[in-house]
Design a protein around this ligand. Sequence first.
Ligand code: PHE
Length: 459
Amino acid sequence: MLLTLRVQGTRYSLRTGNCSRSRWLASNAVVEKSPPPAQPQLEVNGSTYATDSWTNVTPKILSYLGANKHLQKDHPLSIIRQRIVNYFYGAYRNQRGNPLFSVYDKLNPVVTVQQNFDNLLIPSDHVSRQKSDCYYINKHQLLRAHTTAHQVELISGGLDNFLVVGEVYRRDEIDSTHYPVFHQADAVRVVTKDKLFERNPGLELFEETWKGSLADPKLILPSSKCMDQTKQPCHTLEAVKLMEHEMKHVLVGLTKELFGPRIKYRWVETYFPFTQPSWELEIYFKNNWLEVLGCGIMRHEILQQSGVHQSIGYAFGVGLERLAMVLFDIPDIRLFWSNDSGFLSQFSEKDLHNLPKYKPISHYPQCTNDLSFWLPSDVEVDAGFSPNDFYDLVRTVAGDIVEQISLVDKFKHPKTGKSSVCFRIVYRHMERTLTQAEVNDIHKQIANASVDSFNVQIR
Ligand code: PHE
């Protein structure tokens, strides 16, 4: 049961660690009410932040900050990070033979709405901004939902070839391939005309008509929904094609270095607000096409905002858990958070290229319990009650012993007009057998916490 893409009827459920077509294509704003925060201030990573009606980070989520699994010795995520970084060090070198790319793997995951969304031209009503999808500290700050959030600050600081690696936070469903914290690597490469056309000095990066206005902020295009997969209006076709060729060559090289030279892959056109044209790279794995990364030619407006007017860039982002699950055959995303030596001792970075297949520590039994409740009057699923709020509550109360949750039933009572929901919760401990009494106790705590938090009535 590994990494099959299950669409569970939600708009954005297709991701296992990274970018999904459905997530970025969808666009509908949902305004949600939420209870006022209990405390006016929050301490995160040593800094104090004001809270407001947008605050939805939980103590459980904040406890992941600084865990840095991608830097933990012998951890599978750290092994994947090192392999990606080493590949880029080798793929691009300067004239002295030194790596061209610099790596940022300890950037603060607390970012502004501007960094995570506005700078990347993500429309103001885009679904990915919703409170039900992100962990907000307050209206202006959140835990980054992708490592792409650091693009503008790094390019503005003068960098042109860099990798960002770190954990990202997204509110989502609970199953073996989703966890509210996972890891991404993002890369940017920006080149000048002289560099790109080293061997064809007669060619141009920009269309003649745009040349005079490349630095003019008025010319930022309202092309956030532009699906033209050929090129952005300001670029020449030659520039885009050459950049596309280089990017795809490097990314196929990375895929082959990770999965072996015989891996079957394909490019799929897609949409991201921050790149145009955009693609996803899929690999054929266990009889399925599996999306492993998203990439594209950077929107010129992003470079322009960063003070870079005469260059063109490519960017990509990849989810580390998904790569690690495939490479090591790790069946459950919760295992990346396990401190069990039975798990951790299986991986060693001494030989980065010896990738052992994960051997299950053992199979402990699952225990399934349903929880049904009536929502308050006038509240419905996705109109006042978001399943993601419930999933967070479950994570806070029960932690990692919950393996899956699914919304198995919802209906509206014809007379009272009240909505009822039923969630199926599958409990399974990773390291031991749970007793029925223990599960019943946690299940009861979840029920009580639901009554307190959502004002529901248990059925
Ligand atoms: N940030 C995107 C995601 O998380 C991935 C991406 C990065 C796509 C950079 C294109 C360029 O879904």
